[in-house]
Design a protein around this ligand. Structure first.
Ligand code: HEM
Ligand SMILES: *[C@@H]1O[C@H](CO)[C@@H](O)[C@H](O)[C@H]1NC(C)=O
Ligand SMILES: *[C@@H]1O[C@H](CO)[C@@H](O)[C@H](O)[C@H]1NC(C)=O
Length: 324
């Protein structure tokens, strides 16, 4: 402390002080690190990668499901694997919250990965880190960008069904609601657009986009007709359609091309290109795949940093579905 007062004393050294102070705070907030398991579980990353590879070869959609799991984890009280906790008679988790119920998937794959990690290095690798690494590996396997995953998250002992219901945007959300939901988590509007490009892979249920098909005019006619054939005005709620009609198992920028062509599947997708403030960014990503890849990767790193539990907070779950 005396050291700091010495610098403060001399106003010419104020800049030096501010520099040292910002260094210290940077160190204090940099709780995650890319080499977190390098001595405690050196094969952790390769174990996750090969299990994700097996799962995605069995079913390409699983890559999308694993990406979404990480998003739905991080947006609800941070990336703490709260989404993985099962409901019990005495515990209400997030799996049955509106945005997750009968919709999020990939839990069996996470269990498989966790079992392998427990036999390689028991009690070391968190379920929250599994989700972060599996999301990255999924995107890479489907042709998307790679990024270095920061590690060292620990697992929550609590979950919040109500926070899951209110923090994760709905497909009916308008542009200002999407901007607010992402801003509440520290994301810019540009990052909202980049992250929405996650919808370049995966599927949605008829019940998630029926209202758009039958009530909206900002939809390309032939796309509407063909999508209606699989999603009737009533019934068949669980019928699936690809979020990216052109290349649903390839992580590319076709999502943005579709949205520019009024072929966004969800109301929320088309909100990003509906004569509003995000039109120009959607157009930019539709013609510049490289900038989309770069911005998506950086925004995923930022998402992965949302309020992690570190140090002695939380725990390393043995079974991702329940608190130790
Ligand atoms: C911008 C706000 C967002 C909204 C309103 C939204 C909404 C939805 C909805 C309604 C579905 C289909 C669920 C179903 O019908 O079962 C879905 C699927 C999906 N979402 Fe989002 N989402 C958003 C952002 C994101 C982000 C940021 C990511 C990842 C970076 C993401 C990744 C996915 C993926 C990969 C799927 C397909 C999952 C699968 O096939 O299993 N979404 N989303
Ligand atoms: C967006 O949705 C919110 C909440 O449903 C509503 O209050 C607001 O008026 C809507 N904004 C626009 C521009 O439609
Ligand atoms: C935007 O505005 C133009 C001109 O008013 C209109 O033709 C178009 O349908 C609107 N919607 C979209 C999504 O561009």
């Amino acid at each position: 402390m005396a050291f700091f007062y010495y610098f403060l004393w001399s106003s010419s050294n104020l800049r030096t002080f501010l520099f040292l102070f910002s260094l210290l705070t940077a160190v204090a907030s940099a709780q995650l690190s890319s080499n977190f398991y390098s001595s405690s579980c050196p094969n952790a990353l390769s174990i996750v990668k090969s299990a994700v590879k097996t799962a995605v070869s069995n079913e390409a959609r699983m890559g999308a499901s694993l990406l979404r799991l990480h998003f739905h984890d991080c947006f609800v009280n941070g990336c703490d694997a709260s989404i993985l906790l099962d409901d019990t008679s005495t515990f209400t988790g997030e799996k049955n919250a509106g945005p997750n119920a009968n919709s999020v998937r990939g839990f069996d794959v996470v269990d498989t990965i966790k079992t392998q990690l427990e036999s390689a290095c028991a009690g070391v690798v968190s379920c929250a880190d599994i989700l972060a690494v599996a999301a990255r590996d999924s995107v890479v396997l489907l042709g998307g960008p790679s990024w270095t995953v920061q590690l060292g998250r620990r697992d929550a002992t609590t979950a919040s069904q109500s926070a899951a219901g209110s923090n994760i945007p709905a497909p009916t959300t308008n542009l200002s609601g999407l901007i607010t939901a992402f801003s509440n988590k520290g994301f810019t509007t540009k990052e909202l657009v980049a992250l929405s490009g996650g919808h370049t892979i995966g599927q949605a249920k008829c019940s998630s986009f029926r209202a758009r098909l039958y009530n909206e005019n900002n939809i390309e006619a032939s796309f509407a007709t063909s999508t209606k054939s699989k999603c009737p005005n009533s019934g068949s709620d669980n019928n699936l359609s690809p979020l990216d009609v052109t290349s649903p198992t390839t992580f590319d920028n076709a999502y943005f091309k579709n949205v520019v062509s009024l072929k966004g599947l969800l109301h929320s997708d088309q909100q990003l290109f509906n004569n509003g403030s995000t039109d120009s960014q959607v157009r930019a990503y539709s013609t510049n795949p490289t900038s989309f890849r770069t911005d998506f990767a950086n925004a995923m790193i930022k998402m992965g940093n949302l309020s992690p539990l570190t140090g002695t907070s939380g725990q390393i779950r043995t079974n991702c579905r329940k608190v130790n």
